[in-house]
Design a protein around this ligand. Structure first.
Ligand SMILES: NC(=O)c1ccc[n+]([C@@H]2O[C@H](COP(=O)([O-])OP(=O)(O)OC[C@H]3O[C@@H](n4cnc5c(N)ncnc54)[C@H](OP(=O)(O)O)[C@@H]3O)[C@@H](O)[C@H]2O)c1
Length: 262
């Protein structure tokens, strides 16, 4: 299937690294104009160059901390101005914070919900009017398989992600009469910047490939390996395209079979 995003404009949060950067490259290669949002301007600049190499459309950068509501709203307005419109919104920025329940403070709960839920809510609220008026839109919420199958040490992220799943369903119903389709991608373990940093910080003499293979073995992933970034961005690109025009209000596990539930 030839997937084209020609003429579309996408905003991808967390687009400077990992899965977000992978999606930005894939979308650009498929013809989209792309805006990437993250905090670190140097990482944004490095990603911008790779994304520009992948396609011939516009690439905009937004340095913004999604924990700041006013900055988030301003960044959306800047993205819209830079690209002329936002047809595709990917709420991807996040961290994989999780630990023993009794150790998690109120501040840590609040920060996790702010970054993973409230930032997505604010960006959806900003994006929907334009999508509805043009009768075309795609929102993709990047979540975690723990949203449906939380582990005992899955908080706070599994709780924030479960709320993201409910948000996905609410917005799918809201957007459907306007051809705005809203879906979630449930990540298991996929190669990304966060695992490269974890490998660097581990002090291990193992190569990155051995490090991530050990992670996969520890989790017992049925396909026997961690996912490739491109395997994730391919499915995101499909959901962002016209070809996915009859899919809304659902979630897809991208996890090599790791989730115990569909
Ligand atoms: N990869 C996996 O195996 C996996 C597993 C489960 C869930 N996920 C989820 O998938 C998404 C992408 O993960 P990833 O593995 O690609 O992570 P990553 O490599 O660490 O990239 C995270 C991106 O988010 C940005 N970001 C983080 N905090 C931000 C903030 N407060 N404001 C704005 N931008 C922020 C980062 O840039 P700056 O640091 O410069 O802001 C970076 O661009 C996340 O939501 C993550 O929780 C991934």
């Amino acid at each position: 299937m030839d997937i084209s995003l020609q003429g579309r404009a996408a905003l991808i949060t967390g687009g400077s690294d990992g899965l977000g950067k992978g999606m930005a490259i894939r979308f650009a290669a498929s013809g989209a104009d792309v805006a990437i949002l993250a905090r670190d301007p140097d990482k944004l600049e490095a990603a911008r160059a790779d994304i520009a190499d992948a396609g011939s459309g516009k690439v905009a950068m937004l340095s913004c901390d999604l924990l700041d509501a006013a900055a988030t709203n301003a960044a959306f307005a800047d993205a819209e101005e830079a690209l002329g419109k936002i047809d595709i919104l990917v709420n991807n920025a996040g961290t994989s914070r999780a630990g023993p329940f009794e150790d998690i403070t109120d501040d840590e709960w609040a920060e996790d919900l702010e970054l993973k839920l409230m930032a997505a809510i604010r960006l959806c609220r900003a994006a929907l009017p334009g999508m509805k008026s043009r009768q075309w839109g795609r929102i993709i919420n990047v979540l975690n398989i723990g949203a449906k199958a939380p582990r005992p040490v899955g908080a706070p992220t599994a709780v924030s992600r479960a709320a993201g799943l409910a948000l996905t369903k609410v917005l799918a119903g809201d957007g459907a009469p306007h051809n705005v389709l809203v879906n979630a991608l449930m990540v298991g373990l996929i190669k990304s910047g966060q695992w490269e940093r974890a490998h660097e910080n581990s002090g291990s003499n193992d190569s990155y490939d051995v490090f991530v293979q050990n992670m996969s073995d520890d989790r017992g992933i049925p396909l026997g390996r961690i996912g490739e970034t491109e395997e994730f961005s391919n499915i995101a690109c499909f959901l962002a395209s016209d070809q996915a025009g009859y899919i809304t209000g659902t979630s897809i596990n991208v996890d090599g079979g790791a989730s115990p539930v569909v």
